[in-house]
Design a protein around this ligand. Structure first.
Ligand code: GDP
Ligand code: MG
Length: 310
């Protein structure tokens, strides 16, 4: 018993260390660089504030939010010694306002997760990792290979399905909406707990992509509306501010409920989690910190703040 808990504790510690190490560049960009600007200043004068603003923008917080923070520093007359605590509390508030970071799951019914995002964002990898997580919790998991545009995409999802030992519905080159329809039908008939739907990230153009995603969403709304737990937008952390424009397009077309930020490992642009929360009220629920199955973590705002401020 004792050993068991000890192991769990160690695991939690290792997992926090892994997060901290993945976020070290983000921490430098968002916190370290800002504190460096003020280290030689007694007061936050106009020039220093300009430097801080530029640093925040460079850290991918977005112009609007960076300007807002600077205005607040001015109006609240924040002293250099309090700047770190000020930023910490601002970031905490923004993350809190975007809502819960817990992935929705309801026991005793089919839980559907619809995953969208541009090509290369990390959708298929995330789905593979998530399938493994659910499987490890003894859930009955089905994957739907809804990226029928790229031949290799179905194959890639199939490999993850085999690795996680879960089932998959794939119908090579078929219409994505029909794959999803078949998957929902199977999931319901065979009492699956979880269905995760992969989608394409690039069709001939943005219009076609969005239309296809809406069509798939339409199928879910029509035959399993009450089973749709999350509509997740996957964003590559390295995109920085481009991630915001992607979020805008996807949010307008789909009822997104959350986002997943991938490739945080080694990225200095993790600030995107804060700007997405602020701008779109979209809570991050999952984060990717590597390519392996165990490199998917639930997003925990306390841990995130801890990892970038300490
Ligand atoms: N370093 C790192 N690589 C990742 C992560 N998530 C995905 N990748 C890699 O990003 C690439 C694109 O991922 P994929 O899942 O195919 O993206 P999709 O086109 O959105 O389905 C692959 O080479 C993945 O191994 C992550 O969290 N960290
Ligand atoms: Mg894919």
């Amino acid at each position: 018993m004792f050993n068991f808990f000890k192991k769990q504790e160690n695991r939690a510690q290792n997992s926090f260390e892994a997060l901290k190490s993945a976020l070290s560049k983000t921490s430098k960009a968002l916190v370290g660089n800002v504190l460096e600007v003020i280290s030689s200043n007694e007061e936050l004068d106009e020039f220093t504030l300009e430097d801080i603003e530029a640093t925040l923008i460079k850290a991918d917080l977005g112009v609007d939010l960076s300007v807002e923070l600077i205005e607040k520093i001015k109006s609240e007359n924040i002293k250099p010694s309090r700047l770190k605590d000020f930023l910490k509390s601002e970031f905490e508030q923004i993350l809190a306002l975007a809502g819960s970071n817990e992935l929705k799951y309801e026991e005793g019914k089919l839980n559907i997760y619809f995953v969208a995002g541009v090509n290369g964002a990390g959708k298929t990898t995330l789905i593979g990792k998530l399938a493994k997580k659910f499987k490890d919790e003894n859930k009955k998991v089905l994957l739907a290979a809804g990226d029928t545009f790229r031949a290799a995409a179905e194959e890639q999802l199939d490999i993850w399905a085999q690795r996680a030992e879960v089932e998959i519905v794939r119908k090579d080159k078929a219409d994505a909406a029909s794959v999803v329809w078949e998957a929902i039908d199977k999931a319901k008939k065979e009492n699956f707990d979880v269905l995760i739907i992969d989608t394409a990230g690039r069709l001939q153009n943005k219009f076609n992509l969005i239309e296809e995603l809406k069509k798939i969403k339409g199928v879910i709304d029509k035959c399993a509306k009450e089973n749709l737990m999350e509509c997740i937008l996957v964003l590559d952390a390295n995109l920085g501010q481009n991630g915001l424009s992607q979020a805008k397009v996807f949010k307008e077309a789909l009822d997104l409920t959350s986002c997943a930020i991938t490739k945080l490992d080694g990225s200095a642009k993790g600030g995107i989690i804060i700007s997405i929360a602020k701008e779109f009220n979209l809570p991050a629920k999952l984060i990717g910190i590597g390519e392996k199955a165990e490199d998917l973590k639930s997003f925990d705002k306390k841990e995130f703040i801890e990892a970038i401020f300490n």
